[in-house]
Design a protein. Structure first.
Length: 245
């Protein structure tokens, strides 16, 4: 499956580089598309990523953890909460900086240090997605296809928000960093030893980040959303997952 995973990673890099050239994202049909994407992403999270948390918890319970971690209940679920809190904090810093610059500096984007912070956070996020590709995809080609579809749309949604927020900073540097980071994560997995415990904690943290970013970036405003498109995306991915799980 080496070549299939490499093809997915190259596809992800292309998505990052060219998202801001997808013209239809600036037109009205984007709301139906984003509703469809959010439905599919939520189905993937709750039918594939979240159920795996039970397995990750079993891995953690069987491993030799540091003393202070041995006393914690549901340690991998805590890692998921940390993922949610981490990306929520980054999002709040970005929004507050953008609002401050609008009021005080007549700027429409956050400050450069917030851009660096946010791109660094999403670069780490992308590295985890690249690193965990093989572990989360399974052994069938269709697994890789679903992983690519779900996370490509997820990347498009995230990239669109980052582009609108950071403007030319994202175009000049951000998209290239994100494209490289997903490849770096995959390369680390291919070249360095790993363990079930590392996979468990990385996957749990990533699950929290994915949940938060879907809620932030992929669900259109209620007045602009399309419930039929949302439902279609949810059912489509749910049915595909039921066929392969």
């Amino acid at each position: 499956m080496f070549w299939f995973s490499l093809a997915v990673i190259i596809g992800f890099a292309i998505v990052h580089i060219y998202t801001n050239y997808i013209k239809f994202l600036s037109r009205e049909p984007k709301n139906q598309l984003m509703s469809l994407v959010s439905g599919g992403s939520i189905a993937y999270v709750f039918l594939h990523l979240v159920p795996e948390l039970t397995h990750y918890q079993e891995v953690a319970e069987q491993a030799q953890l540091p003393g202070w971690m041995e006393n914690l209940e549901y340690v991998t679920y805590l890692a998921t909460l940390i993922g949610i809190a981490f990306f929520y904090g980054i999002n709040q810093l970005s929004e507050k900086s953008q609002e401050h610059n609008k009021r005080k500096k007549n700027m429409t984007r956050p400050s450069k240090y917030i851009f660096i912070l946010e791109i660094s956070a999403f670069a780490m996020y992308n590295m985890l997605i690249g690193y965990l590709l093989v572990e989360l995809s399974g052994e069938l080609i269709i697994d890789y296809v679903i992983y690519f579809i779900v996370f490509s749309f997820h990347f498009i949604a995230n990239n669109r928000i980052l582009h609108l927020t950071h403007e030319d900073l994202y175009t000049r540097a951000g998209r290239w960093i994100l494209a490289a980071s997903v490849f770096i994560g995959w390369l680390i997995y291919q070249s360095a030893p790993t363990s079930d415990l590392v996979i468990a904690f990385f996957s749990a943290f990533l699950t929290g980040g994915v949940v938060l970013n879907i809620m932030n970036d992929e669900l259109p405003d209620e007045k602009n959303s399309s419930f039929p498109a949302f439902l279609f995306g949810l059912i489509l991915i749910a049915v595909l997952l039921q066929l392969i799980l």
